[in-house]
Design a protein. Structure first.
Length: 101
């Protein structure tokens, strides 16, 4: 799994959270239009949700590709191991004069 990608997503979510908390603090000061600040917070939360959704979708594609590559690698290795074992068995049979199966 791509741990560094998950760390980047975590860092990005922390940044979104910092912006949201900053907007909440600005709202408490009473110097700014509360409705505008609430709208800005909603926009940031929407951007975070969209970003997370896109990130997770892309991460899913990467995981699927990695899984496919791992499966293919294991299949080739198993196939090679079986072929080597079959060749050794044939060689052993030939050495002792047994019919090759």
């Amino acid at each position: 799994m791509r741990l560094h990608l998950l760390q980047q997503l975590f860092d990005l979510n922390q940044a979104f959270e910092n912006v949201i908390r900053g907007l909440e603090r600005m709202e408490k000061l009473g110097l700014f239009n509360k409705e505008d600040l609430r709208y800005a917070r909603a926009e940031i939360q929407t951007a975070r949700a969209d970003t997370n959704r896109e990130f997770i979708d892309k991460l899913g594609e990467i995981v699927e590709r990695d899984a496919t590559l791992a499966y293919e690698f294991c299949w080739r290795r198993d196939h090679k191991t079986k072929t080597l074992a079959q060749n050794r068995r044939r060689e052993d049979q030939l050495l002792v004069g047994l019919p090759v199966t």
